[in-house]
Design a binder for this molecule. Structure first.
Ligand SMILES: [Zn+2]
Length: 476
């Protein structure tokens, strides 16, 4: 029998809803885990599943058992495990991985002077290895996305010190290469060149931005950002220069400001430079933001600028405690960062969350001012929000990258779990961090990098930094 074409079409349309839905097969299905999605409004963890599509993004997430017919190439039974988004560090200087423990007795400027002797003796190629090593160190610590302030060869002399012209070389390019090779996701934050003619500075920025465009499809490279230097500048016009670059290239800016306690007056003056240049707004966020007046906090909150908080580094350098409750009250969004591996010494988000939580509770002599959930939120979706990458990372939601942690509270058993969020933040450590996934790919397991040659990066960093120490200090 020949079915007329029109009838066949009608039949097909009629029968179509009855055919079983054939979803694309997931590359990975995680089931039975206790999910901390950190999706805004969904902050109570639940037992559920998470599927990863072939593109490395989350294709399904939900409560209870996965729906029948959800096929996956691999299944991970996460019974008894916490599944949380990978941590996001909203403020890092990854090249500092080679300077841990340096300047241990100093506050910010003295500490920096101790570090900068070594860093100024490096080559751009050294910085490739430092960046690769530091990034992989982040990954095995549970950080899957970082905002990375690069070293541009500047001989920076500290807050309110004179800026000294940078050493020439492909500093940005080599660190960008290290970020890409690590497999971690990153925002590459570069300094606007300061010392050459405006035309040559501009040409250098254009050339670098053009080079990065070839990597726009790399899922690790989230975007570029400006490393704000107004807080260190000696020239008021610098705020206008940075503002113009932000506008021309559509970049946001993280600005170190109000960090050391002995520079408050000059930081207030430089804050006014930002105001005059029209820089306040959602595209500007502050790093540290400690010694700041209540009026400035209100103004910044009203303008929509946000901040990243670095408690480990602030403690190490005796910089002070940021007034997080007041910033929240002013409407600011808060991210958290682990800062340098030379100022936090370990890029450990668990330690960073606890240190920050306890410092603020101490400051207020109240346990009610900040909760474990607050700091977990800050170090995941909060950081992603202030960095403007929350459409891609920071929470476990369909369409975002499948960057997540498998945390096992029974391996180095923390005892019974009463309140999962309190257990994760207050009782878990790196020892409970079983696995780290980036885009659904296992990137680290029990503190060891998977699928990248961390040992080689480690050998290179030791060899190169020891050669520098030999040269500067004599053999250690
Ligand atoms: Zn910093």
């Amino acid at each position: 029998m020949v079915i007329p074409r029109r009838l066949a079409l009608a039949l097909a349309l009629l029968l179509a809803p009855l055919a079983p839905a054939r979803a694309a097969e997931a590359s990975l299905l995680v089931k039975n885990g206790l999910l901390f999605t950190m999706k805004p409004g969904e902050e109570t963890p639940f037992v559920g599943y998470l599927a990863v599509g072939p593109d490395g993004r989350i294709s399904a997430v939900g409560r209870g058992d996965p729906p029948e017919g959800l096929a996956a190439a691999r299944v991970l039974d996460a019974a008894g495990r916490f599944i949380s988004p990978g941590f996001v560090s909203a403020h890092s200087h990854i090249w500092q991985t080679a300077n841990r423990g340096v300047g241990a007795g100093g506050t910010l400027n003295a500490w920096w002077a101790a570090c900068s002797r070594y860093i100024e003796a490096t080559t751009p190629e050294d910085l490739y290895w430092y960046t690769l090593h530091g990034s992989l160190d982040f990954v095995k610590s549970g950080i899957t996305t970082a905002y990375n302030f690069t070293f541009d060869g500047s001989r920076w002399t500290g807050y309110n010190g004179p800026m000294v012209s940078p050493l020439p070389g492909p500093w940005e390019e080599e660190q960008f290469r290290g970020e890409l090779d690590s497999g971690m996701r990153f925002v590459h934050s570069f300094s606007i060149p300061y010392f050459d003619t405006p035309e040559r500075n501009h040409a250098k920025v254009v050339a670098f931005i053009e080079m990065t465009k070839a990597h726009a499809g790399d899922p690790g490279f989230l975007k570029l950002s400006v490393q704000g230097t107004v807080a260190f500048a000696t020239d008021k016009s610098w705020a206008k220069v940075e503002a113009a670059y932000m506008k021309e290239f559509g970049l946001d800016n993280e600005m170190h400001m109000f960090e050391p306690p002995d520079q408050v007056a000059n930081q207030v003056e430089k804050f006014h430079w930002l105001e005059e240049a029209g820089m306040l707004g959602p595209n500007l966020f502050f790093g540290h933001f400690i010694h700041v007046t209540p009026e400035i906090i209100s103004e910044v909150g009203a303008a929509g600028s946000n901040m990243s908080w670095q408690p480990l580094s602030n403690g190490r350098l005796a910089s002070g405690v940021a007034d997080i409750p007041r910033c929240l009250k002013a409407g600011m969004k808060i991210g958290m960062g682990v800062d340098d591996q030379a100022a936090s010494d370990v890029p450990d988000p668990f330690e960073n969350m606890r240190t920050g939580l306890y410092a603020v509770r101490d400051k207020y002599e109240s346990a009610a001012v900040l909760s474990p959930l607050d700091v977990l939120r800050f170090h995941t979706i909060g950081s992603a929000t202030v960095m403007h990458v929350a459409d891609k990372v920071g929470s476990l939601e369909v369409g975002k990258y499948a960057d997540f942690l498998v945390i096992n509270p029974r391996d180095r058993d923390i005892g019974p779990v009463y309140d999962p969020c309190a257990s994760l933040v207050l009782a878990c450590t790196q020892m409970n961090l079983e696995q780290v996934y980036i885009g659904g790919r296992l990137a680290a397991e029990r503190g060891r990098i998977v699928g990248k040659d961390f040992e080689k990066a480690s050998r290179e960093v030791h060899r190169r930094s020891e050669a520098i120490r030999d040269r500067l200090d004599g053999h250690p």
